[in-house]
Design a protein around this ligand. Structure first.
Ligand SMILES: N[C@@H](CCC(=O)N[C@@H](CS)C(=O)NCC(=O)O)C(=O)O
Length: 197
């Protein structure tokens, strides 16, 4: 089996769907977590200056969605044909749009401004996406009515969103709640979460 090293920060964020996929696919990996004070000495040596990165037998892979897609292809979670893969990519792309709307939270320093953005995200922006995901998840999954890496990406990501916003975001979306239960109980994922609550 190839050797895998994931390099990220000591948070779930964009690293967590990769950790879930590696765990589900039974691929042992080193989970390297960079401390914030050590980041400047790593940043310049990393293409794009961003993590997560995944080293597979010494070859470095970049971009969390591209890394997940690569792992998914290895594990038949990337669709059975190009149309199915497109449906998965579209769902993941929409979630990246949502993360883009959330990302200004890290730059805003004024507490009042930060709370205003959090309120707007919680009351309008996030529900507009979650409503659509909930409709799609009536089929049991987020793409093609079957398990794919989109489910890992979005369920892991919604956990991070709840942490960042500091509120429950999905209890009003029963199909998403059911999907979360399903994904977080998958073999490998369940054990990973138990070890890393
Ligand atoms: N599109 C990239 C975004 C990566 C990204 O923004 N990483 C952040 C952490 S979540 C980072 O490395 N920040 C440190 C920096 O930019 O110096 C991906 O999905 O991998």
């Amino acid at each position: 089996m190839p050797s895998y090293t994931l390099t990220y920060f000591n948070i779930k964020g964009r690293g967590e769907p990769i950790r879930w996929l590696l765990s589900y696919l039974k691929k042992d990996f080193e989970d390297k977590r960079i401390a914030p004070q050590d980041w400047p000495k790593h940043k310049d040596s990393i293409l794009f200056g961003k993590v997560p990165v995944l080293d597979v037998d010494g070859k470095r892979l970049y971009q969390s969605d591209a890394i997940c897609r690569y792992l998914a292809k290895e594990g038949n979670l990337a669709g059975d044909n190009s149309l199915e893969s497109q449906e998965i990519d579209a769902i993941v792309g929409s979630f990246n749009d949502l993360l883009g709307a959330v990302s200004p939270l890290w730059k805003i320093t004024d507490p009042k401004e930060k709370e205003e953005l959090k309120d707007k995200l919680k009351s309008t922006v996030i529900p507009s996406y979650f409503k659509i995901y909930d409709d799609v998840a009536k089929s049991g999954y987020l793409a093609n009515g079957k398990l794919s890496w989109a489910d890992f990406f979005i369920i892991a990501g919604q956990g991070t969103l709840e942490f960042v916003i500091g509120a429950d975001l999905i209890s009003g979306y029963p199909n998403l709640v059911a999907l979360r239960t399903k994904i977080t109980n998958l073999p490998g994922v369940k054990e990973w979460i138990e070890k890393h609550p």
